[in-house]
Design a binder for this molecule. Structure first.
Ligand code: DC
Length: 218
């Protein structure tokens, strides 16, 4: 069984997708973390010449990215924590607008999913990576609600985090992800939309399971 979960930043995709995969006892892949891993590489190597396709291709040909047990590796270094930095998230959003980068990662993501029961979350899982997924969900939530969730997470790391800055950054991220030329964030025509603004994690999981159990015996 293959399940696609897409939606904007801070809609709860990763937490929910991971939990759903656990419930169903199948694999989980956070595709956004792969964009972040690549972004970390560009950041650490000071690579900024994204518009030079040849240079970008050469650079990509040298990278070694691996995913093992939900941990992300850059040249065998576990970068699962480092990629969560806000700056890396912003760079991930920027680099995700380049088609060469998207193709590079989509190929890897499809390879990982091949022949497997898996839940994948991201922006283009239902529209590009797993076009034939058995179930497609599109998670949304009010932008203020999403900003509150993100702000709560940020406060743990930084007591000086600012709610308004968090809200503005999220709005910008939505705009960038939804208006980019290649594979913009959009709801697949056959995806089921779930608004998580007023749902708890468990309630949302129940919504997923209702849909899945309606067709499958799990
Ligand atoms: O889900 P996230 O915030 O960790 O993703 C970081 C960025 O990566 C996001 O702003 C857009 C990009 N992304 C993408 O373009 N396609 C995906 N399937 C997943 C993420």
């Amino acid at each position: 069984m293959q399940i696609a979960i897409d939606g904007p930043s801070a809609a709860g995709k990763s937490t929910l997708a991971k939990k759903l995969a656990e419930k169903l006892n199948i694999e989980y892949l956070d595709t956004g973390a792969m964009y972040r891993t690549l972004a970390l590489y560009f950041y650490e190597e000071n690579f900024t010449n994204f518009d030079d396709e040849e240079e970008l291709k050469v650079f990509l040909s040298k990278i070694k990215i691996d995913v093992r047990n939900n941990k992300f590796y850059l040249f065998d270094r576990d970068v699962s924590q480092d990629i969560r930095e806000e700056e890396i998230g912003l760079l991930a959003s920027k680099i995700s607008s380049y088609q060469i980068i998207r193709s590079f990662l989509v190929e890897k993501q499809q390879e990982i999913a091949k022949g497997k029961d898996i839940v994948m979350d991201g922006r283009d899982v239902g529209t590009v990576i797993l076009k034939n997924a058995d179930f497609k969900f599109y998670l949304t939530a009010d932008v203020n609600k999403r900003a509150q969730r993100r702000y709560k997470d940020l406060l743990v790391k930084d007591p000086n985090a600012d709610f308004n800055k968090t809200l503005e950054a999220l709005k910008k991220r939505d705009h960038d992800d939804m208006t980019r030329e290649h594979s913009p964030l959009t709801k697949a025509t056959d995806a089921i939309e779930i608004d998580t603004s007023h749902l708890t994690i468990d309630e949302t999981i129940d919504e997923f399971l209702k849909v899945i159990r309606g067709t499958c015996n799990v």
